[in-house]
Design a protein around this ligand. Structure first.
Ligand code: PLP
Length: 394
């Protein structure tokens, strides 16, 4: 059966080039980068080169600003806990209602531990209330934390402008950006921003799962989350994962080279898929309504039907998509992102995210547009909301 993978915000296929780059470090080049002999030197050099590539990928001013971590969640935890530990006298945090669970649940936990958290709203398009955010900054604000691109809707938040405005209100407030869904999809130039810390995850841009990075602007004091050896300039202990670091750098290089393809071809495919669904299926409504979106993502609600059922039928046709962030799928709780956006209950439970990548083809989109209308038609027939659906389909 054909496999159409439209769940690239959950994870991506490892690029063959990334796999090839890492293989020597899983076989003959196994030296510990901290040792002194030639074998180790090769691992050490590989990390040094990878750090330079990652700095270039993120537009960092200096490779020393890159810390390798194990994933996006670790990058976020390292940034947030590391900053709060340094600024123990400040107890106020500002974040949004639409962050990924790895950030959201971290702040819920910190609330229990005595921090006060301001949760910023989004409007019905998914755009952030920046006025509310700036009004919330006080002398006690240790941290402002806003994601760059939303994993469920693809909405881009103007983190550069936000960081600049926050620093004008309180120059001591630190800014952390969860950049996991932005890296590889839109150009980044961190050196020309006021962002202090920026977290990414390799498996979202065709590196393996289990590797991430955190950008920490030069001069930013950060207490380490993982205490131990001197690796990563004392900011993250533990023997470096050389093969995965090398693979992530290879994937980052490719993503940068392919940025134009992402912004044009992938976007055109996403738009074709979106337009096709909205025109072919009468109970389909667009949830990804912001004008500022990453090029690969769309989120569409299907009124009065159950999202899980749509996913199961899509799976039967070999199509992979998602009904929310991968971490919350499996629970029947509707998406906190779509709820924050005020998506009505009529389409909240039937919302599906389609996320493309540079490996997505015209045929993938055409196949999905061929299969999905029949799937929805089938599910509509068994919905308990026949009266409402009759109105929509008349
Ligand atoms: N932040 C965002 C926006 C994400 O989409 C994800 C993963 O889905 C993460 C953070 C967590 O990344 P990881 O799975 O590498 O921990």
């Amino acid at each position: 059966m054909k496999l159409v993978y439209l769940d690239n915000n959950a994870t991506t296929k490892v690029a063959p080039e990334a796999l090839e780059a890492m293989l020597p470090y899983l076989t003959e080049e196994y030296g510990n980068p901290s040792s002194i002999y030639d074998l180790a030197h090769k691992s050490n050099t590989a990390i040094k080169e990878a750090r330079e590539v990652m700095a270039d990928f993120l537009g960092a001013g200096d490779p020393k600003e890159i810390i390798f971590t194990s994933c996006g969640s670790e990058s976020a935890n390292t940034a947030v806990k590391g900053i709060l530990e340094i600024n123990r006298n400040k107890k106020h945090i500002i974040t949004t209602k639409v962050e990924h669970p790895c950030v959201l649940n971290l702040y819920k936990d910190l609330e229990k531990k005595g921090y006060s958290v301001s949760w910023i709203d989004v409007d019905t398009n998914g755009d952030l209330d920046i006025g509310q955010l700036l009004e919330s900054v006080t002398p006690d604000t240790a941290l402002v934390s806003v994601m760059m691109a939303n994993n469920e809707t693809g909405t881009i938040y103007p983190v550069d402008k936000i960081a600049q405005a926050v620093k004008m209100q309180n120059p001591e407030t630190k800014v952390f950006v969860d950049g996991v869904q932005a890296a590889g999809k839109i150009p980044l130039d961190l050196k020309n921003t006021k962002i202090d810390m920026f977290g990414i995850s390799g498996h979202k841009f065709h590196a393996p799962k289990g590797i991430g990075a955190l950008y920490v602007k030069s001069g930013t004091m950060l207490s380490p989350l993982i205490i131990g050896g001197h690796q990563e300039r004392g900011k993250r202990a533990g023997t470096e994962n050389v093969p995965y670091i090398v693979a992530m750098a290879a994937a980052a290089k490719l993503a940068k080279e392919n940025m134009n393809d992402e912004l044009t071809r992938v976007k055109a495919l996403r738009d074709k898929l979106e337009r096709g669904i909205l025109s072919k299926i009468k109970n389909a409504v667009l949830n990804s309504k912001s004008k500022n979106r990453v090029p690969n993502t769309t989120n569409i609600g299907f009124q009065y039907v159950e999202g899980e059922l749509i996913l199961l039928h899509l799976n039967d046709e070999g199509i992979c998509a998602s009904s929310g962030s991968a971490c919350t799928s499996g629970s029947l709780e509707p998406s906190h992102v779509l709820r924050a956006q005020g998506v009505p209950f009529t389409s909240l439970h039937g919302s599906i995210r389609f996320s493309l990548s540079r490996y997505t083809t015209q045929e993938d989109v055409d196949y999905t547009l061929e299969k999905l209308p029949a799937i929805i038609e089938k599910i509509v027939k068994i919905s308990p909301f026949q009266k409402e659906l009759k109105e929509i389909f008349k």
